[in-house]
Design a protein around this ligand. Sequence first.
Ligand code: ZN
Ligand code: ZN
Ligand code: ZN
Ligand code: ZN
Length: 113
Amino acid sequence: MSEPRLCEVCRRRPARHRCRLCGRVVCSEDYDEARGVCRFCAETLCQVCSERLAVASCEVCGRLVCDECGVQLTPVIWLCPSCAARFRGEWPPRSLVLSEARELASRLSRVLR
Ligand SMILES: [Zn+2]
Ligand SMILES: [Zn+2]
Ligand SMILES: [Zn+2]
Ligand SMILES: [Zn+2]
């Protein structure tokens, strides 16, 4: 039981860091030093705060957002904070079909008060 632990991502190099989000132990190459997370979590990290794992991507720009940074409009439609702010003046976004856009608009007006 005393052998060094292997990285849980590559399973080849010795583990030197613990991911603060998922708790995996990983080698230096599979660790994002700046953000303190493993390679897997770095790919799914919220692109707004870099603190929490993303739960969705922005409907407009595709940026990954966590449940605190994102603005949830419907169970499946999210916006990032900057897109939500942009659409204050220009609504509805052209990429959405009209029925969805109407629904979004009414929700967004409540969210963005
Ligand atoms: Zn590794
Ligand atoms: Zn991780
Ligand atoms: Zn976030
Ligand atoms: Zn966005």
